[in-house]
Ligand binder design. Structure first.
Ligand code: ADP
Length: 453
């Protein structure tokens, strides 16, 4: 096992990783920006190093500073968490060149999945279902794109090939708006991902977002875990997740899980990862992407399986053999996660920053909180708005919902705007209670919009 790990992240995930390291008896080094001196991950770590100014490009994305911090502190490995450098191939290469273990997949595996078009092409070769689409970059001033869209059939969706977090996407209902949508998506993609490349695919009507957690060791053993249903989204970003999904029966679970395993095998994947699918109204499923890192919503899988995914991830990076067998994993109950963001849901999710003047956190049976905030903490406006993950676990879905409702009622955050009230609405919504929710649920049934587009 490693003796020291540097955590190249902040927020709740940095705290989560530090906790896993403590249980594995591994010393931790927290890096932080100037503005994050009082952040929880800095308080929890064994050693701390300030690596730069507040802006992410000068701190959590600053590769030379992070590598220097790892070398000075004698870290043998770097855990990138999610976001920031977690899917940055160059960073993984630099770590390798410096003799530091990157806790994630090999750069070769990352390369195969980093670009969505290449990933989709690869899936086609493997015979895995993908959504009908251009399968190549498109351009707004080529007439070919109109032919492709017509052949696919409207509505179509324009997506960024380097996309993430639901950004750089535009739904197009007819030919008239296609050109403009491509231009907007390209501009957004360039600004956010530094790559303006976009493609189009069929817009699936009211799908479910279903994903499979996989774990793989360097000896070729791979396991998949029960699915997560991440259909409750705002602006194509996950907002509430649950496991297992009401949509998936045991046969479909095994089928999709096996496909996720095959994908991992085909790219010689070693570490934890997630294969994402859209499932349409007829239960046809299509690969959309693979995330080659730990995900925000990993916690619900931990609750329903009893497996500590972050500890497993670290053990896999240290060369341990995987001791999990998919067939033997039991679904212990039901789990739901609510992402509490520092945002104003009444102002189109405008990020909210500032001092938390009062904070009461919920507890009791079946409630887990993954957070980094505390009373008196000042939330900076520089980073992601996720502040608390409330994870409820129950023997069945109803108990998980009731416990979540109790937690949402107990929690009190003063000083900033949060999404708590919106989560309360979701939990009490009749459609949600019945489990009949697809990806347009929030816009249609909570915000009352007729169409998602
Ligand atoms: P990102 O990497 O930005 O998260 P994804 O490709 O994973 O992008 O898609 C995010 C979400 O966007 C999906 O869960 C789904 O709600 C929506 N989406 C993406 N592609 C389609 C599609 N072809 N049809 C309908 N919805 C889609």
């Amino acid at each position: 096992m490693f003796k020291k790990i540097l955590i190249a992240n902040r927020g709740e995930i940095a705290c989560r990783i530090i906790r896993a390291c403590k249980e594995l008896n591994v010393k931790t080094i927290a890096i932080h920006s100037e503005i994050d001196r009082e952040s929880m991950h800095v308080k929890l770590a064994d050693q701390t190093i300030c690596i730069g100014h507040a802006t992410a490009s000068e701190s959590y994305l600053n590769i030379p500073s992070i590598i220097a911090a790892a070398e000075i502190s004698g870290a043998e490995a770097i855990h990138p968490g999610y976001g920031f450098l977690s899917e940055n191939i160059y960073f993984a290469e630099v770590c390798e060149a410096c003799g530091i273990k990157f806790i994630g997949p090999s750069k070769e595996s990352m390369k195969q999945m980093s670009d969505k078009i290449s990933a989709i092409k690869f899936m086609k070769k493997l015979g895995i279902p993908t959504i009908p689409g251009s399968n190549e970059l498109i351009n707004s001033n080529s007439s070919k794109v109109f032919d492709i869209a017509k052949a696919i059939g409207y509505p179509v969706i324009v997506k960024a090939t380097s996309g993430g977090g639901g950004k750089g996407m535009r739904i197009v209902i007819s030919e008239e708006t296609l050109q403009n949508a491509i231009l907007i998506a390209q501009t957004e993609a360039k600004a956010i991902f530094g790559n303006s490349g976009v493609y189009i695919e069929k817009y699936i009507h009211e799908p479910h977002h279903i994903e499979f957690q996989i774990l793989a060791d360097k000896y070729g053993k791979i396991a998949f875990l029960p699915e997560r249903d991440c259909s409750i989204q705002k602006k194509h970003q996950k907002f509430v997740e649950e496991s297992p999904s009401l949509l998936i029966n045991e046969t479909l679970r095994r089928k999709m899980g096996k496909i996720a395993k095959n994908i991992a095998r085909a790219i010689k994947y070693v570490t934890v990862g997630t294969v994402e699918f859209l499932v349409d109204q007829k239960n046809h499923f299509y690969f959309i992407e693979m995330n080659t890192r730990i995900q925000v919503e990993h916690s619900i899988t931990e609750m329903v399986t009893g497996i500590d995914l972050v500890k497993e991830q670290i053990k896999l990076a240290a060369g341990y053999k995987l001791s999990i067998f998919s067939e033997k994993v039991k679904i212990l109950g039901h789990s739901i996660e609510c992402r509490i963001n520092a945002e104003d849901p009444n102002k189109d999710f405008l990020p909210s920053s500032g001092k938390i003047t009062k904070l009461y956190l919920p507890g009791g049976p079946g409630i887990r909180l993954d957070t980094y905030i505390y009373s008196g903490y000042i939330i900076p406006h520089y980073y992601d708005s996720l502040i608390i993950k409330i994870i409820a676990f129950g023997s069945d879905r109803n108990e998980a919902i009731v416990r979540m409702q109790r937690a949402l009622c107990e929690i009190y955050v003063e000083g900033i705007k949060t999404t708590i009230s919106l989560h309360e609405k979701i939990m009490s919504n009749i459609r949600f209670r019945k489990g009949t929710v697809s990806t347009n649920f929030l816009s249609r049934y909570i915000f009352g919009k007729q169409q998602e587009y």
